[in-house]
Each structure stands twice: as structure tokens, then as C-alpha cells.
Design a protein around this ligand. Structure first.
Ligand SMILES: CC(=O)SCCNC(=O)CCNC(=O)[C@H](O)C(C)(C)COP(=O)(O)OP(=O)(O)OC[C@H]1O[C@@H](n2cnc3c(N)ncnc32)[C@H](O)[C@@H]1OP(=O)(O)O
Ligand SMILES: O=C([O-])CC(=O)C(=O)O
Length: 375
């Protein structure tokens, strides 16, 4: 078994910043559990809605509870007209993560969280309508159509694909979306979740916590890495070309997006799962370039740097094979991670003290103020 990564130095690495009962990350160098369940078992046997329920309500649902929960979410999918109007005014070339951030913030003005008792209902509403926020804006600004934001799809992943492509998705694609949403749902004190908890610790509202978290997830060192990984792999026509350029990039000390991790040392347990699905999708579309190129980069990174793909790397090709535009990759992460963020907000609120660390001062010594006329 791999030993745990030595965690020290800048970036608060290795500091325990609070308690959680939601997940464990890399406790033995690898491994991820949600409320005690191995994420690989959840990805193999559960639906995303079951996992969302587990995180938000505390236990896996019974069949009847899951059916009720899915019915509830289905009824909450449509967007308020005022939100549609705002989305129509956001430019076509805006980054979709900015659209998600704005969509969340606007909803907070239309359907505010007036008391913390409403926190679960407000979260369910966000969970149900986030796919429509992204797809309504995307289809309006790119295809000039005002889509119906509801669908008969049974699952959130299927609903997203249906809105994006305007037709019923295949069973395989629904299955991969389900797995992807489960893998991305929760990850302890990662940067965006910690952002949400800091915001929650001031007793702010849920929409502010989620809006702040979306801003943190957007960066390429965090959730934005799945888009950056796609931009990398689509540059190459062959594994040989990819390997040769990778070697040059490593020589220049470039950061290779989709590799490495702040906590895991040997591997990211989500990678083997999404990699398997990416391979199935590659076979389905008859891909002879992107998947082999991804594998060549993967091999070179391990041989040269002992760095492994994180959850983001094979998500890039998997999403691409399902016809999802690259710039929508990180917003899908939002649709899933909302569950983890919200569960952490609930946890913070249940046992709160304002998060306010100290800084080591490294500036000049105290000195005399000089009035502007004398400077
Ligand atoms: C879902 C997620 O958010 S997963 C993370 C997604 N982010 C990415 O994929 C971005 C690329 N990866 C990275 O930038 C980093 O690996 C992070 C941000 C994930 C973790 O950062 P850290 O904890 O600081 O990394 P760590 O301490 O393990 O780095 C060790 C060394 O490996 C290097 N390294 C780490 N990741 C990479 C990488 N992807 N490419 C090249 N070199 C890297 C570091 O620069 C460092 O080198 P140094 O010792 O010469 O300075
Ligand atoms: O934990 C982290 O630092 C980043 C990550 O993998 C995630 O948020 O899923």
C-alpha cells in the first residue's frame, strides 16, 4: 500500500483546517470515500442522485426515497423567466464558468435563502436547474434557439445531454455522465470547497457560498484542468508527436494540466474509473488518435516525473467523445460538486466558528506617517 504523501510547506498543505464527516481523501496515499463508501463502488453501482442524496441527506436512500427525490428534482428543472432573460444578455464568447457563477448569483436574488431551514430545498433547486443554466445560455448564444429547459430524462446527466444536443442521449452516454458526476461530487477540503466553507463561516447565504466556490473551481490548477487537458491532447496527431512535445514541455518546466495532485501521492482513484469509460467511448466512436495520445502523455509523465493523471485528465477525452464542447467541461463539474459544496456548508453551519487564520507579517517595520506635502 502506498504511504501517504508528505504534506508540508506553502498553500496550507498538511494543516488540518477543520473537521468533516463527508469524505476521506488519500488516507493511505490513494483512496476516496464518501460518508464511508468507496467512490469506486458508488461509481460502479449507484446513480448520481443516490450519491447526491447520501451527501446532502446523510444516508443512501431506499428505493422509495430515491424515486421521491428524483421526482422532486425533475419538478425543479425549469428556469425562472427573469433568469432566462439575464442569460440571453451574456455574450456568446463569455466563459461558461462565468455564466454559471452569474446564473447562481441571479437565482439568489430571485429565490433567496431567507432562513437556513431552507438550505436543502435551495440546494435541490440548484442541483435540478444548473444543467439548464448552462444549456439555455449555450444554445441561445451559439444556435439562436430558446430551448425547453425541462425534459423527460430520468437522470440529471441524461437531462444535461438532452438539453445540450436537443435529443435523447444514448444509454452509454447517460451511464458515463452518471459515473462522471459521482466521481466529481465531493473531495474534502479542496480549494473550491474550502472557499464555500469560509463563506459559510460568516453565516452568509447558500448562493454566496456556491458562487464563491464556482469562482475557485474555474482556475486551471483546479476544475479548469479538464478543459486545459483537452487543449493539450487535441494538439497532437499521434502518440509519437505527443511524447516528443511532452519531453520538450517538461524540459521547459511547463505544468502539464490533468497531472499531479495536492494530496494523492501514487494515483487518483477516480482516474482508473473514468479512463476505463473513456476507452469504451473511444472504441464506440472509432477514435484512433485522442485516446492513444492521452495514453502516451500518461506514460511519459509517469516515466519522466512519476506524476499520474488526476480526475481531470481522462475526463477530457470522455466528454469530447460524447460531443460536449470543451468550454462546457468545467461547468459539468459544477453540476456535480454542488452536492459536496452544499454538504460542507451544512456541516460548517451546524458547528460554526468564523474561519479566520493568521498571517505571518513579512513587511517593513512600523514607521512614522509623513503628510503628503512633505513626501
Ligand atoms: C479535480 C482537481 O482539481 S485535480 C487538480 C487539477 N489540476 C491540475 O491538473 C493542474 C496541474 N497540476 C498541478 O498544478 C499540481 O499538481 C497541483 C496544483 C494539482 C498540486 O500542486 P502541489 O501540491 O503544489 O504539487 P506538488 O507539491 O506535488 O508538486 C511537486 C513537484 O511536481 C511538479 N508538478 C506538480 N504537478 C505538475 C504538473 N502537472 N506538471 C508538471 N510538473 C508538476 C511541481 O511543480 C513540483 O515541482 P518542484 O518541486 O520542482 O517545484
Ligand atoms: O482535492 C483537490 O485538491 C482537488 C481535487 O481533486 C478535487 O477537488 O476533486
Amino acid at each position: 500500500m502506498a504511504e501517504a504523501k508528505v504534506l508540508s510547506g506553502a498553500g496550507l498543505r498538511g494543516q488540518v483546517a477543520g473537521q468533516t464527516a463527508l469524505s476521506t481523501v488519500g488516507q493511505a496515499g490513494a483512496g476516496l470515500t464518501y460518508r464511508g463508501y468507496d467512490v469506486r463502488d458508488l461509481a460502479a453501482g449507484a446513480e448520481f442522485e443516490e450519491v447526491a442524496y447520501l451527501l446532502l441527506y446523510g444516508e443512501l436512500p431506499s428505493k422509495a426515497e430515491l424515486a421521491d427525490y428524483k421526482r422532486k428534482l425533475k419538478g425543479l428543472r425549469d428556469l425562472p423567466q427573469a433568469l432566462k432573460e439575464v442569460l440571453e444578455r451574456i455574450p456568446r464568447d463569455a466563459h461558461p464558468m462565468d455564466v454559471m457563477r452569474t446564473g447562481c448569483s441571479v437565482l439568489g436574488t430571485l429565490e433567496p435563502e431567507l432562513t437556513f431551514e431552507a438550505q436543502r430545498d435551495k440546494t435541490d433547486r440548484l442541483l435540478a436547474l444548473f444543467p439548464a443554466v448552462m444549456c439555455y445560455w449555450y444554445r441561445f448564444t451559439h444556435d439562436g434557439v430558446r430551448i425547453d429547459c425541462t425534459s423527460d430524462e430520468d437522470t440529471l446527466g441524461g437531462h444535461f445531454l438532452h438539453l445540450l444536443h436537443g435529443k435523447k442521449p444514448s444509454e452509454l452516454h447517460v451511464k458515463v455522465m452518471n459515473v462522471s458526476l459521482i466521481l466529481y461530487a465531493e473531495h474534502e477540503f479542496n480549494a473550491s470547497t474550502f472557499t464555500a466553507r469560509v463563506c459559510a463561516s460568516t453565516l452568509s447565504d447558500l448562493y454566496s457560498c456556491v458562487t464563491a466556490a464556482i469562482g475557485s473551481l474555474r482556475g486551471p490548477l483546479h476544475g479548469g484542468a479538464n478543459e486545459a487537458a483537452m487543449e493539450l491532447i487535441e494538439r497532437f496527431q499521434s502518440p509519437q508527436e505527443a511524447t516528443a512535445e511532452l519531453l520538450r514541455m517538461l524540459e521547459r518546466k511547463d505544468k502539464i494540466m490533468g497531472f499531479g495532485h495536492a494530496i494523492y501521492k501514487e494515483s487518483d482513484p477516480r482516474n482508473e474509473v473514468i479512463k476505463g469509460w473513456s476507452k469504451q467511448l473511444a472504441d464506440e466512436v472509432g477514435d484512433k488518435v485522442l485516446y492513444p495520445v492521452s495514453e502516451a502523455i500518461d506514460k511519459t509523465m509517469w516515466e519522466q516525473k512519476r506524476l499520474f493523471p488526476n480526475a481531470d485528465f481522462y475526463h477530457a477525452s470522455a466528454y469530447h467523445f460524447m460531443g460536449i464542447p470543451t468550454k462546457l467541461f468545467t461547468p459539468i463539474f459544477v453540476c456535480s460538486r454542488l452536492t459536496g459544496w452544499a454538504a460542507h456548508v451544512f456541516e460548517q453551519r451546524a458547528n460554526n466558528r468564523i474561519i479566520r487564520p493568521s498571517a505571518e507579517y513579512v513587511g517593513v517595520e512600523q514607521r512614522q506617517f509623513v503628510p503628503i506635502e512633505q513626501r
